[in-house]
Ligand binder design. Structure first.
Ligand code: ADP
Length: 435
């Protein structure tokens, strides 16, 4: 039944739900990931900037106190060795920190690490009004940040730090987010698909059984309609004939119409029950009394069928819908009469047991095969023998009986031994005693 359009609809709904979950998750993760990434990056940059400011101020102090007196712009490269050597005493200068200086003309004064200075914008630094502008410079293998400190006479001291480590950390973070996000996405798709399936299954079953109900119902309606139509065609084919010569056809039509009336009534009851519109009109009543009443009404039918009716009732106060409970009793008694042998016996008992009313209807008819016992409460189910024997039921009686029982908070069950007979048990809660 995979090609069924209803199933396709649910598969699609399942996919749509899963994709929506996953999209929502991805959007959330991407949002959180971006915010976290930017916060961490800014934090790292700020930390670097702080260390650069500290280093450049220390370096400046060092230059003014010790180096500057000898510092001569025209000196050769050899002396830079010395400056770098002295620089080792500055604790903040770690291996990825470098420093360099520019003279007033913007030429590199010293650059012991040989850093590529092309990206440094001295003019921009001069325009910058902040105390110590920090620039982000794209380098050859890694970016660096550099603090540019004017030394007062047009020279600039620049202390920089490569972002190689930071960039590596940020790359790792991006990878973690990417792979973590992919794993999360995969998991959310799997879990979402499973959850959507679980959520949709009961809805699908309800829809399927509803659809089956409709198709079974139309099937059941078609047969009596076809029979009535065929018989009316026979009558119409013979316009000269009188009613006596067509009595059989007229009777057949009347029978089918009766059957249709019952069928449509049953269908309406069940459709209302499904919709939840079939409200019960609860009133306190004596189930024993109601049973006796129904059995009395069925006496004539029992006589007609040659079935003996025995009844034993005790008062059993329940809160129930009189018309519905009457219907339930009619269904059960009618079935037992219908399926009992001629000359057979039907026993009906209504008693109380504990806080429940207990109704049993038993017959000594053919009984029901064990495999069928589970199914007789299903809509339209009829044991094959009944179909072929043509005991004009609708197959809806017990389904209605079950609904009525359960709507009253009760339970219905069957006990049957093929060849020996059948007993139906209905248990209903007794009405609470009024203190
Ligand atoms: P219907 O009686 O209209 O066929 P029901 O829902 O009342 O439909 O019953 C369903 C089926 O259960 C019947 O077709 C019959 O096969 C079986 N059944 C019900 N009551 C009895 C009974 N007392 N004895 C044997 N079979 C029964």
């Amino acid at each position: 039944r995979l090609h069924h359009p209803g199933i396709l609809m649910f598969e699609r709904a399942r996919v749509v739900l899963t994709v929506s979950y996953a999209a929502a998750l991805v959007a959330t993760l991407a949002g959180i990931g971006t915010v976290v990434y930017v916060l961490i990056r800014n934090d790292l940059n700020e930390e670097i900037d702080d260390s650069l400011r500290l280093a450049s101020s220390q370096l400046e102090g060092f230059i003014f106190s010790e180096v500057r007196p000898e510092l001569d712009r025209d000196r050769g490269d050899d002396d830079h060795e010395e400056a770098e050597h002295d620089g080792d005493r500055l604790a903040v200068l770690s291996s990825d920190v470098f420093y360099l200086a520019f003279d007033a003309s913007g030429a590199v004064l010293f650059n012991p690490r040989g850093v590529n200075v092309e990206g440094i914008d001295l003019a921009g630094a001069a325009r910058d009004s902040s105390d110590e502008p920090i620039q982000h410079v794209s380098g050859d293998d890694a970016d660096y940040r550099v603090a540019i400190r004017p030394l007062g006479d047009g020279t600039y001291l620049a202390v920089g730090r490569s972002l190689r480590l930071v960039q590596h950390q940020l790359d790792t973070l991006r990878m973690v987010f990417l792979y973590g996000g992919m794993i999360g996405l995969g998991a959310s798709i799997a879990i979402g698909f499973w959850l959507a399936g679980r959520t949709l299954t009961p809805i699908r079953h309800a829809l399927e059984s509803q659809r089956r109900f409709v198709s079974d119902a139309s099937h059941e309606l078609r047969t009596p309609l076809a029979v009535a139509k065929a018989n009316s065609a026979l009558i119409l084919d013979d316009p000269e004939g009188n009613i006596e010569s067509h009595l059989d056809q007229a009777e057949a039509i009347a029978t089918e119409l009766d059957h249709l009336t019952v069928l449509v009534g049953d269908l309406t009851t069940l459709a209302r029950a499904d919709e939840g519109r079939a409200n019960l009109l609860l009133e306190p009543l004596d189930l024993g009394e109601l049973t006796a009443e129904v059995v009395r009404d069925m006496g004539a039918l029992a006589d007609l069928l040659g079935v003996g009716l025995a009844i034993e009732t005790h008062p059993a106060r329940v809160s129930g819908d009189r018309a519905r409970l009457r219907q339930l009793l009619l269904i059960l008694v009618d079935n037992s009469l219908k399926y009992a042998y001629e000359g057979g016996h039907v026993r009906i008992r209504c008693t109380t047991e504990g806080n429940r009313a207990e109704l049993t209807v038993s017959d000594d008819g053919d009984g029901i095969a064990p495999a069928d016992q589970k199914r007789i409460f299903e809509r339209f189910f009829r044991a094959d023998a009944e179909r072929t024997r043509g005991k004009g039921g609708t197959g809806l009686g017990l389904a209605i009986g079950k609904w009525i029982t359960e709507a009253h908070g009760g339970r219905i069950s069957v006990e049957s031994e093929p060849g020996k007979g059948t007993t139906f048990h209905v248990r209903l809660p007794l009405a609470a005693e009024r203190g």
